[in-house]
Design a protein around this ligand. Structure first.
Ligand code: NAG
Ligand code: NAG
Length: 397
């Protein structure tokens, strides 16, 4: 019985070509799991030799691409079951018109999504997609034209891009990290172990992280697939091959520049296994400033700007100002002075920004306190390093 659950979910995720009167992927009965010891000779029903599929993601900060609170897509790579891989497997199908192909199959929603989350650093998205398709996509055996009944030329292209996007939507790396208190910062660093543990807690298996110039910039999630890429079941697994290349400690996770609106659509892509920390709102109108520490919401700010865990949250008013916004409570304007966050009459209001839906001061979403408050204790909030890191999320009223 259990076998039906993933299939039902999968059917609803896949935009089956049947609706457009296209050829259909070959039907596979009792398909084997890729990279399992049993060998299948039908390469339309199990991807081989590229049996381990990696959904790879980017965190681009130089230049920044995509929403400031979301990772972006690198690709879907068929690795051999030992980490090696083939590339550029069919030059005859290395199409140079990916956008046109997707449009010709009525995939404009997919194309829009890709133009938000599957981005080239230099802005040449089409070339990047051609590269990913030609280098990796053509090496997926189940996407071979022979694997379709009544094949319509190029129909494997929307299948490849749709599958990659569908997987990516289940892998919200930003939230997985934020739930463990790992948020972008221009000053803070993290250990590889903490990053890997946060991602494993969300995905269920080890992942691979990659760094560039000491900063986290890629995450690779591994799957074996039971059946074809098009209609089979993706089964999360540990990586067979590549290993993480980040330093043990001192790993930077830099903020993306140019973000700061916090208006991106995290709601549609929340990882099913992540712990909700409330719906992040944009900083406008009136709202609460909820405190997030150690991966979960813990109290909020009260009117003087202090952190409290056992009372009523203060109502703050956010007003657009310059390139960001100011905050005030019933006590007065909120400002940072000598590293302290306070709200009081006579304060000069500080202009804050939002980065990834979190309150940010000078591009940094990490604030500090001497302790997590408990009982009737209030803790002062500081921008200089103390034992407890805390971030603030806006809850609109
Ligand atoms: C894309 O290119 C391929 C081959 O280069 C061609 O056969 C196909 O008709 C093109 N598709 C569209 C929609 O332009
Ligand atoms: C790639 O996508 C980004 C984001 O939508 C956009 O700003 C850029 O113009 C796109 N580049 C091309 C060449 O379409």
């Amino acid at each position: 019985m259990a076998i039906f659950t993933p299939r039902v979910v999968l059917a609803s995720l896949l935009a089956l070509p049947v609706a457009l009167g296209l050829g259909t992927p070959k039907t596979c009965s009792n398909p084997t799991l890729s990279c399992s010891t049993s060998t299948s000779t039908d390469l339309c029903c199990v991807n081989s030799p590229g049996g381990q599929l990696l959904q790879t993601q980017f965190w681009d900060t130089s230049p920044s691409t995509g929403p400031s609170n979301h990772w972006t897509i690198h690709g879907l790579w068929p690795d051999h079951c030992d980490g090696t891989y083939d590339s550029n497997c069919d030059t005859a199908r290395a199409y140079t018109n990916i956008s046109d192909i997707l449009k010709s199959f009525d995939k404009t929603d997919l194309l829009d999504y890709m133009n938000t989350y599957w981005l080239d650093e230099d802005g040449d998205n089409e070339s990047f997609w051609e590269h990913e398709w030609g280098k990796h996509g053509t090496c997926i055996s189940t996407l071979d034209p022979d694997c379709y009944t009544d094949y319509t030329p190029t129909q494997e292209v929307p299948d490849f891009f749709q599958k990659t996007v569908d997987l990516f939507k289940t892998l919200d790396s930003y939230t997985a990290l934020a739930n463990a208190g790992i948020t972008p910062s221009s000053t803070k660093t993290y250990t590889s172990a903490a990053i890997l543990a946060a991602l494993k807690a969300s995905f269920g298996y080890e992942v691979i992280i990659q760094c560039s110039s000491g900063a986290l910039d890629e995450i690779w999630y591994s799957y074996d697939v039971r059946g074809s890429i098009q209609t089979g079941t993706f089964v999360p697994t540990d990586p067979d091959g590549s290993k993480s290349d980040c330093a043990t400690s001192g790993v930077k996770y830099l903020p993306k520049s140019g973000g700061g609106t916090g208006t991106t659509t995290t709601a549609t892509t929340t990882s099913p296994t992540s712990t909700p920390t409330g719906t992040p709102g944009t900083f406008s109108g009136t709202g609460y400033l909820n405190a997030i520490t150690g991966g979960s919401q813990t109290g909020c700010l009260i009117s003087a700007g202090t952190w409290y865990t056992s009372g009523t949250c203060a109502t703050y008013t956010a007003a657009a100002s310059g390139s960001g916004f100011t905050l005030k409570s019933s006590k007065g304007p909120c400002g940072i002075s000598s590293s302290s966050f306070t709200c009081a009459s006579g304060n000069t209001a500080t202009v804050f920004t939002a980065v990834g839906g979190l309150l940010s001061y000078n591009g940094d979403t990490t604030f500090y306190a001497a302790a997590v408050p408990s009982g009737s204790t209030q803790e002062a909030i500081s921008t200089s390093s103390q034992s407890i890191s805390v971030s603030f999320q806006w809850q609109s009223l």
